[in-house]
Design a protein around this ligand. Sequence first.
Ligand SMILES: [Zn+2]
Ligand SMILES: [Zn+2]
Length: 319
Amino acid sequence: MATSQAAYLAEKTIGHDGSAITAQDVTNYGGEAGKEETMKALCWMGKNSVEVRDVPKPKIIEPNDVILKVTGSTVCGSDLHLYHGTVIQLNKGDILGHEFCGIVDEVGSAVKKVQKGKRYVASFQIACGDCFFCKQKLSSQCERTSANTTQRAMYGGQTAGMFGYSHFTGGFAGGQAEYVRVPLGDVNLLEIPDGVPDEKALYLSDVLATSYNAVHDTAVYPGDQVAIFGAGPIGQMAGVFAIKAGATKIIFVDTEPRLTFIREHWPSDHADKLELVDYKKLSFGVTNKPTVVSKLKDLCGGRGPDAAIEVSNTSLHRL
Ligand SMILES: [Zn+2]
Ligand SMILES: [Zn+2]
């Protein structure tokens, strides 16, 4: 049996710790389709295996639930960790996807703000809105939406529950599906103004919020020279946010074809601030040839950048 599924069975045997206020392990809506209404959803079927399947549509199971008809969804770099089996505790048939927006199809009896027929974008993490961390707007650390015992044992604590991100983060069906159940809907959905298309609003689920916080939590000051490791969508947006924070030089460390894409799409009024470093053309330090480190020092007055943002896995470092 795959490690990921074995780890899920272990969690089931040990049991959750009771810290969640919303149902755990609703990663699909009832297994194989029977007589119920069905929808199409992307399901994890094992390591390196996903399938679009016909599965039961979600139903309201808690009074704060919202059922969203998905009109936009994305595939994230983080989904690769699930696909490759490096995030444990997936189970066969789990519905993936943590970035999505849509139109409200149904609301539970306790939902106050979210309205049927309106458009909303979902937060990738599921927050209660009311615990120690949620009150500080640190909702990815919500203490009441995941009760996963294995995560607490491995990391010393639990994150918030997350859509489409294995039982390890609570076990919630994701939004790479025609419909999705959003627990605590009033907290986890943001209304989309009429003038904003799905293709723009969708970035608020993860990419835009992650890149914005990468820049501001790292603390980029006016005049800083900033190195960005990883030039994917989050890296590109982090570069733009760093410019807005007053950075005078943005150095992207990556390789082709991403560096050419950046060169072609970078705002032309900030062209003088852009530097591209292709790590594949540099040595890894076993010779006297230039390395990424020596190149960064050369570009930044011999000292190196003031701040570095690593956005291949989104960890942050202030130098
Ligand atoms: Zn994501
Ligand atoms: Zn909370």
